[in-house]
Design a protein around this ligand. Structure first.
Ligand code: NDP
Length: 295
């Protein structure tokens, strides 16, 4: 068997095309505020990519840059300003933050209605409670869309997730549980990881270990979603799955690059548009709904 490749680039392109139409129909230009702290080169590249992708679908992305020595209170106060600004629909804080700043405190400070990364405890809580109004983090949402793109039913499928981080593993577990999967979450202390993965109908690999998932870990016909992005010594990128081996056993598989990565950006833009649609009334000076602050 050779697996069908799930083309995340193509799925994301279709979503972005649809988003461009919807932003045109939105009552105002959606505005995404990106908070960037310090000089982290990777963060700067991510922010530049998000800004470019946003512009392509008609979302205005405003980057608020702060020195790496900023204090926690000063950063919280700037986020409050964005919370209170009725023209801002979505706010994201590019991680990682410098060590003097507690990321959980910062993420908790974002108005949940503007938390388009879905990382605030409020939105994670809504997801845990199966509330449809939860803003779901971009990567898990992208993973779900890629699974749905296969046309395979998710009901009753055993998903094994490798990784339990707050931004990928945990929210993916909740989201797929909400879609009637049976979910096992594994991590660095899991005993006999390969035996657990071998039971999976769907594997979501999100541990940041290059090519750790091998062909003999995979049940024939399983669907493989590779979230990992690892840079090898020769400068090339690879996932957490040994793609060349595993594609011989899986039914569907995402490549790296070109799988989950493009979906993450597309889902962030979708979350921003949805926030803008919810906040449409806030752009009227007579609005007192309180969702967007400022009025
Ligand atoms: P984290 O480092 O926050 O979490 C990694 C998780 O993997 C932890 O739960 C850790 O376990 C677990 N883990 C580490 N080593 C092993 C191992 N040998 N066996 C089993 N579990 C292990 O990473 P993220 O969740 O932020 O990201 C994971 C990967 O996904 C990275 O490569 C990252 O670059 C990529 N990524 C890709 C995105 C995309 O859009 N494609 C978006 C976000 C991330 P423990 O909790 O015990 O430490």
């Amino acid at each position: 068997m050779t697996a069908c490749i799930i083309d995340g680039k193509a799925v994301a392109a279709g979503i972005r095309k649809d988003l461009a139409k919807k932003t045109t129909a939105c009552s105002h230009t959606p505005v995404l505020a990106v908070v960037l702290v310090g000089e982290n080169e990777a963060s700067r590249i991510y922010v530049r990519n998000k800004k470019k992708a946003a512009a392509e679908v008609g979302i205005r992305c405003e980057v608020f840059e702060f020195s790496g020595s900023i204090g926690e209170n000063a950063l919280l106060s700037s986020i409050q300003d964005l919370n209170d600004d009725p023209h801002v629909d979505g706010i994201i804080v590019q991680l990682p933050l410098p060590p003097q700043i507690n990321p959980q405190k910062v993420l908790s400070h974002i108005n949940p209605g503007k938390d388009v990364d879905g990382f605030s405890p409020y939105n994670v809580g809504l997801l845990a409670e199966r509330e449809e109004s939860a803003v779901v983090a971009a990567t898990p949402k992208g993973i779900l869309k890629l699974l749905e793109s296969t046309g395979e039913s998710l009901e009753g499928k055993h998903v094994v997730i490798i990784g339990r981080s707050n931004i990928v593993g945990r929210p993916t577990a909740l989201l797929l549980l909400n879609h009637d999967c049976t979910v096992t979450v594994t991590h660095s202390k899991t005993v006999n990881l390969s035996d657990t993965v071998r039971q999976a109908d769907i594997v979501v690999a999100a541990c940041g270990c290059p090519k750790i998932v091998k062909k003999d870990w995979i049940k024939p016909g399983a669907i493989i979603i590779d979230v990992g992005i690892n840079r090898l010594e020769d400068g090339s990128l690879c996932g957490d799955v040994d793609f060349e081996e595993v594609k011989e056993t899986a039914s569907y598989i995402t490549p790296v690059p070109g799988g989950v990565g493009p979906m993450t950006v597309a889902m962030l833009l979708e979350n921003t548009l949805e926030a803008a649609q919810r906040h449409a009334c806030c752009h009227d000076e007579n609005c007192h709904c309180g969702r967007c602050g400022g009025n």
